[in-house]
Design a protein around this ligand. Structure first.
Ligand code: ADP
Ligand code: MG
Ligand code: MG
Length: 911
């Protein structure tokens, strides 16, 4: 049997059979537009008759070097005959001509990227037939000139300007403002002039043979798949290049046949807010492209309820039916020809994150989709979007209408950013740090030594590079809005300016970039931080909570972070880092004294001074987390981090020694001597604490073992605070976490020293605290001996940052500054293991740790507290590993709640 290249709209079942009844594959075969037209036809909705030439035909055409595959044209002709029969009209018949549109349509919608030609079949003879049939020469000549114009630009590549010039010329000549005021005669003459233009550009006459028109239009649509516009769009939207486009040949219907005719577009819900209300634009007495082209001012579609109430009622019914049928918000095109409504297109509508959430929730409440589906429909990025500043839609709309949209590129890192242009990293940094400016760093592309500028900037804009460029990776990593690969942007580093076309932007000028859409605007747009109190998002996340098995905890060091985490829905604190508290100015001197002194009494005094500070820290945290667990990690970083820098000390010391030589008065000499002595003392301590590899040096549990007084003080502070809370009626569940354990004996020694203090405090206060002792698992040896370790740990928390470092033998700071980005660009690593858990390697260690740990202690609580805890892919891995919770930054908590639910819903064990 010969291959079927062409399907009538009525042959959907055949097409479905060909692809084993998979709707996705039918969309691949017929394109989204074609599949949906056929589907609307099957639902019995009014669709102008037509047929679809498949994407397979397109791919064959391109593969054959621009030749139609065998029998394709014959099949097209056969389908055309069937359409003629249905409509009772004949293609090319001077008396009762059938006119056609030739429309592109790929699997994924690429709005406006490829081409469509309307009114195919018109020529000198059929024009006469149409005039007789419609008694409306004005409409017919208008349609004819549109064909010449569209055919010229789509098929032959004639620019639109000369055509527009002619129309403007006629408007001026007749002294009228709008096209609507031009007469039949005017359009007829304009048509003649258009043919001239066509001839001049192409050195051939406009083809008057309807079949020739149809053939050329079909070819043009095939070719438009590889047009620059389409390729760029696919690159940006990550649509594969080998899908091809289908061609839809469809009977023309006319919205420009008088005041009982109209054309328009509409969405079944508001695409910005998600509100359930038809939104759209329409025009009376106009043809399709007039609405989108903005040639005439459109009217809100709901005005149809006044101008054509019956049609409006029918339209509302149909859109509702389409929405119910497709179970999604629809974006439709329609035309009314002399009071009769025709549906020309439907597709799932594009929408903002806010609209996506509201629509999903409301559809679930309407019973159109299940709550599970609602949760699955929202992406973690969309939730993230609620927490990033974004442009005020009004301000953006205004900028667009004022023509302040400058260019667009790849939307690689979401969010809105406003700032003045700075063309290099040093300037960006100094403007931000020294002058308090807001900066957008603009570069042709970025390199690792630009990172300081990128970090200082509000956003990043580059003219080159793609989704995995350095700029894109770094921007996403640090949550900086970024637009890259803006090809129309010319940067002149010598003159310190950039141009887009004739527009010049100097260094220091304000621009606004939208990393969510890839748009770049001139001037300052207003931003707003969207509210997480969004009712629909809250509801969706509550549903998600019902589906997930993983707990979502937060990393928070201060009560205000804990409070935010709780508001965002955290079920506990998975990591409170205590060392941050030591850096505060009123505490640091005590911390330094404690480290520097050799005298036990001095050390005790310093620790006693620190105790009340720490106790207050924990009090605040416990109160904020009333009723929920709080994991407190004992001091972790190497001690030298709390001391002055060696080089700085050295310089100060030398300076003072030189001053001493020149000093002439006794007091000055005394003071200097005292200072020098002090500094020398500190220097010796700093020198002894200096390490070649601090990351692998005296830190974590090792510190607690070498300097037990310090961690004992911390435990005392924790338990005193807990007892105080209990007295105040606050429910507390402190969990003391020992970092960096690699041998069970470390844990034995440390737990023994600490639990003694805990018991002491509880005895002093006469209060029993519900507590746990546990450890971090952040070196491979700990994971491999987890059965031993679990004997002495009531919980495990994977420190995935250190565990990644120790698994890979890579230091994060060194790697991300240099080779890691290169590794990812070269594909040596697919992903940054510091962002997403390395599933093949590190996750195996985690698996071993979970299994061994639970073998010893079945109720062992296991979670993770690295940055991975907020990464959707890593969360899915944690779900698979059967962890109890993930802990992440408060801002990632909503994302983690959704991701954990999605991991659970995707888990085949749940099916
Ligand atoms: P796009 O994908 O860019 O929207 P379309 O193929 O949908 O391109 O067509 C462009 C315009 O022409 C739309 O407004 C559409 O409604 C209109 N149009 C297409 N085919 C017909 C037809 N057979 N009759 C009337 N208008 C049509
Ligand atoms: Mg369309
Ligand atoms: Mg660590």
């Amino acid at each position: 049997m010969e291959k079927k290249w062409v399907y009538l709209f009525g042959e959907l079942d055949q097409a479905l059979r060909y692809v084993q009844n998979e709707w996705e594959r039918v969309r691949g075969l017929l394109g989204g537009k074609g599949a949906n037209l056929a589907e609307m036809n099957r639902l019995g909705l009014p669709v102008p008759p037509g047929f679809t030439v498949t994407t397979e035909a397109c791919n064959s055409y391109l593969a054959l070097g621009m030749k139609f595959p065998e029998s394709m044209w014959e099949q097209e002709m056969a389908a055309l005959a069937s359409v003629e029969q249905k409509t009772g009209k004949k293609f090319g018949d001077p008396k009762n001509p059938l006119l056609l549109s030739c429309r592109s349509g790929a699997k994924f919608s690429m709005p406006g990227m490829m081409d469509t030609v309307l009114n195919i079949g018109l020529n000198e003879e059929t024009v006469q037939g149409m005039i007789e049939a419609t008694s409306d020469p004005r409409f017919v000549y208008d349609s004819y000139r549109r064909l010449i114009q569209m055919f010229g630009s789509v098929v032959m590549g004639v620019p639109d300007e000369p055509f527009q010039e002619v129309i403007t010329e006629f408007r001026n000549k007749k002294n009228v403002k709008s096209d609507a005021e031009l007469t039949a005669e005017d359009w007829k003459s304009i048509g003649e002039r258009f043919k001239d233009i066509f001839r001049r550009y192409n050195r051939i006459d406009f083809p008057t043979d309807p079949y020739e028109q149809l053939r050329l239009a079909t070819e043009a649509v095939f070719k438009s798949w590889n047009g620059k516009r389409a390729i760029d769009y696919r690159n940006a939207a990550r649509i594969p290049h080998d899908l091809g486009t289908a061609v839809n040949i469809q009977t023309m219907v006319f919205g420009n046949m008088g005041n009982d005719s109209a054309t328009g577009v509409a969405m079944t819900r508001n695409a910005t807010t998600g509100e359930k209300k038809i939104e759209g634009d329409y025009l009376i007495n106009a043809q399709g492209e007039d609405v989108v082209a903005g040639i005439r001012i459109t009217e809100p579609v709901e005005n149809m309820s006044q101008t054509m109430p019956d049609t409006w009622r029918q339209f509302v019914g149909i859109t509702q039916e389409l929405e119910n049928h497709n179970r999604n918000m629809q974006d439709v095109e329609f035309t009314v020809e002399r009071g009769k409504l025709w549906m020309l297109q439907t597709r799932d509508g594009k929408r903002t994150a806010q609209a996506a959430v509201r629509i999903a929730v409301e559809m679930a409440e309407e019973g159109l989709i299940s709550r599970e589906e609602a949760v699955m429909r929202i992406t973690p990025e969309q939730v993230d979007f609620f927490l990033h500043p974004q442009f005020n839609p009004e301000s953006k709309k205004a900028a667009r209408t004022e023509g302040r949209i400058l260019a667009s590129g790849l939307n690689v890192s979401p969010g809105a950013a406003v700032g003045v242009v700075a063309f290099d990293a040093d300037l960006a940094q100094s403007w931000v740090k020294k002058e308090g400016k807001k900066v957008i760093m603009v570069r042709p592309e970025t390199k690792p030594d630009d990172v300081h500028g990128m970090l200082a900037a509000e956003g990043i804009l580059t003219s080159r590079g793609g989704r995995t460029s350095h700029a894109a990776l770094v921007a996403r990593q640090f949550g900086k809005p970024a637009v890259v690969g803006v090809a129309s942007l010319e940067i002149d580093m010598n003159q310190r300016l950039m141009t887009v076309g004739s527009q010049i932007i100097n260094e220091g000028d304000w621009i606004s970039i939208d990393g969510t859409t890839g748009e770049v605007f001139l001037g300052k747009l207003e931003t707003m931080v969207p509210d997480i109190t969004d009712l629909w998002l809250m509801k969706l996340l509550t549903w998600a909570d019902g589906f997930r098995r993983l707990g979502v905890w937060a990393n928070a060091d201060y009560p205000h972070d804990a409070k935010r985490a709780r508001e965002y829905g955290a079920n506990g604190i998975g990591l409170c880092r205590t060392e941050h508290m030591f850096f505060e100015p009123e505490r640091l001197p005590f911390v330094q004294k404690m480290i520097i002194t050799n005298q036990p009494t001095e050390r005790r005094e310093a620790l006693e001074a620190l105790l009340p500070f720490q106790r207050d820290d924990f009090l605040g945290l416990f109160r904020a987390m009333h009723g929920l667990p709080v994991i407190i990690r004992l001091i972790d970083p190497p001690l030298h981090e709390f001391l002055p820098n060696y080089e700085t000390l050295m310089t100060a010391l030398t300076d003072n020694k030189i001053r001493l030589i020149h000093a002439r008065n006794l007091k000055e000499i005394d003071d200097l001597l005292h200072k020098i002595e002090e500094d020398e003392h500190v220097l010796i301590r700093v020198e002894t604490l200096r390490e070649a590899n601090p990351m692998l040096g005296l830190r974590g549990v090792r510190l607690g073992i070498m300097m037990p007084e310090l961690t004992q003080m911390q435990v005392r502070a924790i338990f005193e605070a807990a007892c105080q809370c209990i007295k105040d009626g606050v429910e507390v569940h402190p969990e003391v976490m020992i970092p960096l354990t690699c041998h069970v004996n470390e844990l034995i020694a440390q737990r023994e020293a600490l639990e003694t203090v805990a018991k002491e405090v509880m005895a002093e206060q006469g209060i029993k605290v519900d507590y746990k002792f546990g450890t971090m698992i952040e070196v491979p040896r700990a994971a491999l001996t987890a059965d031993e370790i679990a004997e002495y740990a009531q919980f495990f928390s994977f420190g995935t940052n250190d565990l990644t470092q120790t698994t890979f033998g890579i230091s994060r700071d060194d790697a991300e500054k240099g080779f890691l980005i290169d590794y990812i660009q070269r594909g040596i690593l697919q992903e940054n293991p510091f962002e997403t858990i390395d599933e093949k390697g590190m996750a195996k260690l985690m698996k071993i740790a979970v299994e061994l740990g639970r073998k010893t202690r079945p109720d062992l609580e296991v979670g993770i507290c690295g940055e991975h805890g907020g990464d959707p892919k890593s969360i899915a891995i944690c779900h698979k590993l059967g962890l109890n919770y993930v802990s992440c930054s408060p801002f990632r908590v909503p994302i983690a709640r959704l991701s954990a639910a999605q991991a659970a819903l995707r888990d085949p064990k749940n099916l």
